[in-house]
Design a protein around this ligand. Structure first.
Ligand code: FAD
Ligand code: NAP
Length: 519
């Protein structure tokens, strides 16, 4: 729609991509960013953070990494410089309103009853409606003044790994209030400058809760600061297949999980009878590949020795996008005793001296607890809506993942898209293809199916998530089925889904962002 006003909330990787691709279709987006710079989660992280995804999989398809970055896993400063240089190259900064926090968005248009009766998205199946507009209320965080913008379309790129921490629940009087020491979340630790972070943990008996990337990195930093004198305890609920490298027994992991062949081994949402039979027939191979990777990790990290062998398989780990690289020498620290691993079961609680675990009477003595327990991305997304009508629709059922069609559009929320909520193992690549799809939708290249059809599709993906990600289905991870997912977006946009040259390349070569560069 000519002259339509598009608002993008967030100027992390997803927001910048949304800005670039909507501009390419002739829109003039306005980007609201609560911070004073671009880059989202990459603006400030713990000191040791590096990209976990190999660089070739985490790059803009029309703006490769500069040759000066030779590392496979660049550090946070290199990632931030790369994002910054992308934004300058495509002249995106002038579209961003910094220090502008979106307080909430409200839809003004047809009544809730009318919206409930729609069979097409927005009533007419179009991204823009003549009657409805979004009211975006923002706060200028510098001068503390509020302003309202009226826009035709909203793209939510607010990220899911920041701002709203996931804090465990505790019985009354057994939470942090009962404890004499300090309790912080990993995001507060990450917000400290490096020197202050090291000083903050120095000389303290630290307990880190969690066993994913934030927990591993922070535990390593605590052990750097305190060594054997004050060992750092890592309190974890579930053992994970955290990886030492991406070459199980010398074979590239990408050839086992990120090519078309690997996707033939799993049941896919919307697959036909032939693909379904093939996935069933090939299931022993799927199991064998998972065991192959597991044996490498077990062997290299000596997991059995430390009682750290997970109960679930590697396929579930990668299908949940829970791929954390283990810091170098992490298990050497476990061996020497400067990191202690302790399983907490489902619950732990606080008492005055520290943490009570597994019903033990003697507390784990602690001065500082760092909750590396992840983020509540669902709540963050839900809370941006002012009305409970949209909040409830967005949240969907408590027993299903957030219901987004193509992981971008809520079938019952008009004139709005979400980018960067559902995860993959390379989130830049994923956000880019979604933004390209969305910009084609906004430009009218294709139309969405009916609400009913979209909801049926969402349900099939939900079944896939529950089948392969188990208890982690709410992470909405498409990581192990990215090509199948991309194929659907490509077909919608009228692009050729098969991007490789030749039968064997198509079947066995891993897919990445550069496969879609030439479109
Ligand atoms: C430390 C860390 C390391 C990571 N490493 C990897 C990796 O190696 N590989 C990988 O694939 N993924 C990684 N991820 C996942 C990461 O989230 C994505 O790679 C990607 O950077 C997310 O970009 P985003 O734009 O979707 O979200 P974010 O980077 O979270 O950006 C969201 C932006 O929205 C802004 N915002 C939020 N709410 C509002 C509001 N109400 N008003 C205005 N602005 C708002 C925020 O300030 C922020 O700038 C990592 C995440 C973290 C936390
Ligand atoms: N590139 C990097 O270096 C880097 C650095 C940091 C983060 N990241 C990324 O940022 C994202 C967030 O990572 P994250 O490590 O902060 O969070 P996360 O991946 O969500 O992990 C949360 C951890 O907390 C545990 N946990 C949650 N609730 C708990 C409870 N009630 N009691 C005990 N443990 C609990 C989880 O255990 P269970 O599994 O048992 O539930 C899990 O181990 C991920 O995508 C990650 O890859 C990347």
């Amino acid at each position: 729609m000519e002259g339509a006003q598009v608002a993008i909330i967030g100027a992390g990787i997803s927001g910048l991509l949304a800005c670039k691709y909507t501009l390419s279709k002739g829109f003039k987006p306005i980007v609201f960013e609560s911070r004073s710079s671009i880059g989202g989660v990459w603006i400030k992280t713990v000191e040791t953070t590096k990209l976990q995804t190999p660089k070739p999989f985490f790059q803009f398809c029309d703006y490769p990494w500069p040759e000066s970055v030779t590392e496979d896993f660049p550090n946070q400063h290199q990632v931030l410089d790369y994002i910054d240089s992308y934004a300058r190259h495509f002249d995106l900064l002038k579209h961003i309103k910094f220090d502008t926090k979106v307080l909430g968005i409200e839809y003004e248009g047809p009544s809730e009853e009318e919206m409930e009766s729609w069979s097409l998205w927005g009533g007419n199946g179009e991204p823009f409606a003549s009657k409805g507009k979004w009211k975006v209320e923002v706060e200028d965080t510098q001068c503390h003044s509020n302003q309202v913008y009226i826009v035709d379309f909203v793209i939510l790129c607010i990220g899911r790994f920041s701002d709203v921490p996931n804090i465990p629940e505790f019985p009354p009087n057994k939470g942090p209030e009962a404890f004499h020491g300090n309790v912080i979340h990993s995001m507060e630790y990450a917000a400290l400058d490096y020197k202050s972070a090291a000083e903050f943990v120095k000389g303290k008996q630290v307990t880190v809760v969690g066993l994913q990337k934030s927990a591993l990195d922070i535990a390593m930093e605590c052990s750097d600061a305190n060594g054997l004198e004050k060992p750092c305890t890592v309190l974890y609920k579930t053992e994970h297949w955290n990886v030492p490298d991406y070459f199980p027994w010398g074979f590239p992991l990408a050839y086992l999980y990120l090519n078309r062949f690997s996707e033939l081994l799993v049941h896919k949402p919307g697959e036909g009878i032939l693909l379904s039979l093939l996935a069933t027939f090939l299931s022993p191979l799927r199991w064998a590949i998972s065991k192959f990777v597991e044996s490498h990790i077990k062997n290299k990290l000596r997991l059995a020795k430390y009682g750290m062998v997970p109960e679930h398989g590697f396929l579930q780990q990668i299908s949940s996008c829970l791929i954390s690289t283990v810091p170098e020498k992490f298990y050497d620290r476990v061996e020497e005793g400067s990191i202690i691993l302790k399983k907490s079961g489902a619950n732990f609680s606080f008492c005055q001296e520290g943490v009570l675990v597994n019903g033990e009477e003697t507390p784990l003595k602690t001065d500082l607890v760092i909750l590396a327990t992840g983020f509540n991305g669902d709540k963050k997304l839900k809370d941006i809506f002012m009305s409970s009508f949209f909040q409830d629709h967005l949240a969907g059922s408590p027993n299903a993942a957030v219901p987004l069609y193509r992981e971008c559009i809520h079938p019952r929320i008009p004139q709005l898209a979400v980018i960067g909520f559902s995860e993959s193992v390379s989130n830049l690549y994923t956000s880019e293809i979604r933004c390209r799809w969305l910009s084609e939708l906004l430009a009218g290249t294709f139309k969405l199916p009916s609400i009913k059809e979209m909801e049926e599709d969402v349900k099939k993906w939900d079944e896939y998530l529950k089948n392969y990600s188990g208890q982690y289905y709410r992470r909405s991870c498409i990581g192990a089925l990215h090509i199948w997912y991309n194929d659907q977006l490509c077909k919608d946009m009228g692009w050729k889904p098969k991007r490789k040259k030749g039968f064997f390349a198509e079947l066995f070569e891993p897919y990445g962002p550069m496969d879609y560069a030439s479109i």
